[in-house]
Design a protein around this ligand. Structure first.
Ligand SMILES: [Zn+2]
Length: 280
């Protein structure tokens, strides 16, 4: 399969990169990436992946576009208010790049459907807006052996980590237990500056492209934190925990289970991290 003239023009500035080239571009065209959440993080991530020519993009989100989403969720516009986010996102991504097949999955991820939804994809991006989904996505990716890119934001700050199942630390290795209710505020409680979603979401797309191309060094075994007030990044080394409940040597979690609903009401999703894992 060779590239058409319009493809050579569209992707020209990345085609000249030695890590991409025609072969890499074809690899992207055949790749399938699932983005969990068409919100603050999913918006920039999906836009860059579509623009780069990732052939199939899945988007999981059950919510409709609200006015209060628009300061950071750049896939959506004022005209889209009331529409399902997946439909709004699919229209925007297809208009950006008609060569991309967008799977609009308007559903809530659950223990019952997660494995089936994730299975067809080569890489997963987690921009979910609640902790139960984050643990579920992490566990599903470990059990299915799918690379996962985690991103989280709150206030002026964000964090990012790539998970290569059983080879690098997973989300549970770093955060073994969900913290107690209200320990850390969510975006809904604490607020978030829109560009922070852009910073972390764009880096999530970059991690996915690197994974698909086999280029560079993935952000695995390293938790990257972004401190927006000082415009500074910090890197924390993280190790796979042999005692981890899902990716450890004797894992307790062997099938996907619904998490207990304690402390998971919207707006109170907590985290032990220095920043929330809220992706909305
Ligand atoms: Zn683990």
């Amino acid at each position: 399969m060779s590239l058409s003239e319009s493809q050579i023009e569209r992707y020209g500035r990345q085609l000249i990169l030695p890590e991409v080239g025609a072969q890499g571009q074809q690899r992207l065209a055949q790749a399938k990436v699932l983005v969990i959440g068409a919100g603050g993080l999913g918006s920039p991530a999906a836009l860059y992946l579509a623009a780069a020519g990732v052939g199939t993009l899945g988007l999981v989100d059950r919510e409709a576009v609200e006015l209060s989403n628009l300061h950071r969720q750049i896939l959506h516009t004022t005209r889209d208010i009331g529409q399902p986010k997946t439909a709004s996102a699919a229209a925007r991504l297809t208009s950006l790049n008609p060569e991309v097949a967008v799977h609009a999955l308007q559903t809530a991820l659950s223990a019952e459907n997660a494995a089936g939804l994730l299975a067809p994809y080569d890489a997963i991006l987690d921009g979910a807006d609640n902790l139960p989904t984050r643990y579920l996505v992490n566990d599903a990716c470990v059990l299915l052996d799918k690379p996962l890119v985690h991103g989280g934001i709150v206030g002026f700050d964000g964090q990012l980590m790539t998970i290569l199942p059983r080879r690098s630390a997973c989300f549970r290795c770093v955060f073994p237990e969900p913290p107690s209710p209200g320990e850390i505020p969510s975006c809904q409680q604490a607020g978030v500056l829109g560009p922070v979603a852009g910073v972390i979401g764009a880096l999530m797309a970059q991690e996915a492209l690197k994974l698909l191309l086999g280029a560079g060094e993935p952000l695995a075994g390293r938790l990257l934190t972004f401190h927006g007030r000082r415009s500074a990044f910090r890197e924390v080394p993280v190790r796979r925990d042999p005692g981890c409940a899902v990716c450890g040597d004797a894992p307790a979690i062997r099938t996907l289970q619904a998490l207990e609903p304690v402390c998971y009401e919207k707006g109170s999703d907590p985290s032990r991290t220095m920043v929330s894992t809220d992706g909305v």
